[in-house]
Write a protein that binds this ligand. Structure first.
Ligand code: ATP
Length: 360
């Protein structure tokens, strides 16, 4: 069942479009991430859904009800912002109880709901501590507990983890995701961090200049991006300008021809097509004993740079006219050195052809 529906939602600030005719259906119980570079309209779109911003045109409907003229405080949505906006002079329990007070739920119901939420966020022992004396991750949890205290139908999160350091941020991504799944609460989260979106989302909405560039499951978008912009924004990728040589053959920038399984993109004519191959699909092997014929779809090159972070290893390989990144593990390629001759195989099934980014 679709919970939230956006139809042709548009927001203009003076002449500029911050959000440009966005159509979207958010299914019940899912976590959807709005992902895109700074200024692409993610926050504006979230604020329109929240009722904090009025759309210039278009409609927002929830469970079949048109919300366009319903004010934010009547929408029954929980929200967590980048700043968290907790009340620093209040305790953890008082912060969580705040929305319940506004609704006058009664002392007993309030106490039992606060206790339940404190358990849920694993902070029952900190009920009476002022939030100013909590760690970043604990504050984060309190903000989420407060946002869900009155059992909202939709949870809206705007970059809620951006103030946390990398390690805590990753831990909180898992924590929020597990909580969201346990509660089954439909959630929309804004982020500019593609790893965060890949970790947490059922569906990612990639935005570019106020428009939706692609909507899909994280791995589908990663595997089958519809454009160079999406391919570049989601994950690491080798993206090379290529020319179509007819049939299944393409020519790489250095002139070497390879075979691909993929059909050229519908919009792409020769000259504006890109080859996408992910680093984990580039099969790298050391060029032992100066082998002369490496075989089809194989480029001969030299290792130019190695990024070895222990669990994974990325090698930058300079081939004639082409620079490729290949991902392996230190275990698989223990003797890799800069300057070492290697072969990089581009398996035909892993080569995607996408339309080149158009300049606006
Ligand atoms: P970020 O990741 O940097 O927060 P974003 O994708 O959330 O970016 P928005 O904050 O939605 O982007 O902004 C989209 C565009 O609308 C930007 O060009 C921004 O400058 C513009 N914009 C946002 N709010 C206003 C405003 N109140 N008045 C004028 N322009 C605005």
């Amino acid at each position: 069942m679709t919970h939230l529906t956006l139809q042709a939602v548009t927001k203009r600030f003076h002449a500029a479009y911050a959000v440009d005719h966005v159509d979207l259906a958010v299914p019940d119980g899912k976590l959807v991430c709005f992902l895109g570079p700074s200024g692409c309209g993610k926050t504006t779109l979230l604020r329109i859904i929240a009722g904090l911003e009025t759309a210039s045109s278009g409609t927002v409907a929830f469970a079949g009800r048109d919300l366009t003229d319903v004010p934010a405080n009547r929408r029954d949505f929980g929200m967590v912002f980048q700043s968290l906006a907790l009340f620093p002079h209040m305790t953890v329990a008082q912060n969580i109880a705040y929305p319940l007070r506004l609704r006058r739920v009664g002392k007993e119901a309030e106490a039992s709901r606060v206790a339940e939420l404190l358990d849920l966020i694993r902070l029952p022992h900190m009920a009476d501590r002022p939030v100013s004396r909590l760690s970043g991750g604990q504050r984060q949890r309190v903000a989420i507990a407060r946002a869900i205290a009155s059992s909202p139908k939709l949870l809206l999160l705007d970059e809620p983890l951006s103030a946390l350091d990398a390690k805590l941020r990753e831990a909180m991504q898992v924590e929020i995701r597990l909580l969201q799944q346990r509660l089954g609460i439909t959630t929309i989260m804004v982020t500019h961090d593609q790893r965060e979106a890949m970790t947490m989302a059922d569906e990612i909405v990639v935005m570019e200049k106020g428009r939706i560039a692609q909507v899909g499951k994280p791995l589908d978008i990663y595997r089958n991006p519809v454009s160079e912009f999406v391919a570049d924004f989601i994950g690491l990728g080798n993206i090379l300008p290529v020319t179509l040589e007819g049939g299944d053959r393409i020519a790489l920038p250095g002139g070497q021809q390879i075979v691909v399984d993929a059909a050229p993109p519908a919009r792409g004519a020769a000259g504006d097509v890109r080859l996408l191959i992910r680093p984990e699909d580039v099969c790298m092997r050391t060029a032992v004993n100066g082998a002369v014929d490496p075989g089809p779809n194989v480029l001969a090159g030299k290792v130019a740079f190695i990024r070895d972070v222990g669990a994974s290893l990325e090698a930058t390989i300079d081939c004639a006219g082409v620079t490729l990144t290949a991902a392996t593990t230190p275990r698989e390629t223990p003797d890799l050195r800069i300057g070492m001759p290697v072969f990089a195989e581009l398996p035909p099934h892993a080569c995607k052809l996408i339309a080149a980014r158009t300049a606006h």
